[in-house]
Design a protein around this ligand. Structure first.
Ligand SMILES: Nc1ncnc2c1ncn2[C@@H]1O[C@H](COP(=O)(O)OP(=O)(O)OP(=O)(O)O)[C@@H](O)[C@H]1O
Ligand SMILES: [Mg+2]
Length: 292
């Protein structure tokens, strides 16, 4: 067996072992790794720079998972580095990902950022779909759509029932779920919402929350109030500047810290490597916007 094949086999065995290590405490409703997670990155296949095969049904946009040595994945790591540098005291952060208008790349940014954070094995990371109107993370990950956040907020399901495993052991996922006749603002604004987000914060080093666009519905503003900060996605050559400004004003009016902006789809000469996700850059949006 060649070295690469051996490395891939070993990595898969280790991945299976780690998945088995994650236990769910159904009594308390919390999910914790059974043992202290490794502090190094043990995945030989990834270290060898080999692309991983996409799991059946997973979306090819999940580049941070299956092609971690690509330029695009490197750009997500730059974003991760900036986030970590803003969080010098290693406080747990709950970050919402939003944009001003639909289809700017919020979901793809959120999921790739979550996988990139999950590369740091001593972090527990949670990815939450809070876009009840156009939820798509379950489809991207090829995981069940419900029960999810909606059922959790409505008190119809507990943490154990909504938290799903992903192929990365220290990355968990909560789908949007089914509103069952309730409205999104009603559920997100309910008194049950704050303790739920605080629970995420207490259990996970990073919680990444996918949201709807900030200018079209109020959800992002409501979700942002439960979060440490918001990451604004801006699509080059597509997002109208006045709408970006409006989204920023709306978030600021709700006293929501804007942790930073991700500029998506920027083309830079030589940066493409034949892949359609060209360039990502993270900008600090103010001096004292460190996540709480
Ligand atoms: N960085 C990127 N570069 C190029 N295309 C991208 C990028 N990010 C996302 N896309 C593409 O843009 C489209 C919309 O992406 P995505 O679903 O992430 O947007 P969204 O802002 O979450 O949309 P919605 O408002 O519907 O939730 C998809 O076809 C996706 O493949
Ligand atoms: Mg989306």
């Amino acid at each position: 067996m060649g070295r690469i094949a051996e490395a891939l086999k070993k990595a898969e065995q280790e991945r299976q072992a780690r998945l088995a290590d994650v236990v769910v405490d159904s009594a308390g409703g919390s999910t914790q790794p059974a043992q202290k997670p490794a502090t190094t990155w043990p995945d030989d296949a990834r270290e060898a720079g080999e692309p991983l095969p996409l799991r059946e049904g997973m979306n090819e946009a999940l580049v941070a998972y299956y092609d971690c040595s690509s330029l695009v994945s490197e750009q997500y790591r730059s974003l991760r580095t900036r986030l970590l540098s803003l969080n010098q005291y290693n406080e747990h952060a709950v970050l919402a990902v939003t944009s001003s208008v639909p289809a700017e790349g919020k979901t793809i940014t959120a999921v790739n950022l979550a996988f990139t954070l999950g590369e740091i094995r001593h972090f527990n990371v949670l990815l939450v779909d809070a876009d009840f109107r156009r939820s798509s993370l379950a489809r991207v990950l090829n995981l069940p759509k419900s029960p999810g956040l909606a059922e959790l907020l409505a008190g119809k399901a507990n943490y154990t029932e909504v938290i799903q495993k992903t192929p990365v052991p220290n990355l968990h996922f909560i789908a949007a779920g089914n509103l069952n006749g309730r409205s999104a603002p009603e559920l997100l604004g309910a008194v049950t919402a704050r303790p739920v987000f605080r629970w995420f914060e207490s259990q996970y080093n990073f919680t990444i929350v996918d949201t709807p666009p900030a200018t079209t519905v109020t959800d992002a503003g409501v979700i942002g109030q439960h979060c440490s900060g918001v990451i604004m996605v801006i699509r080059m050559h597509r997002t109208p500047e006045p709408l970006t400004k409006r989204a920023v004003r709306l978030l600021q009016a709700n006293n929501i810290p804007i942790t930073g902006c991700v500029l998506v789809g920027r083309t830079e000469r030589g940066a493409g490597y034949g892949y359609r996700y060209n360039y990502y850059r993270y900008y600090n949006y103010g001096a004292d916007k460190t996540p709480r």
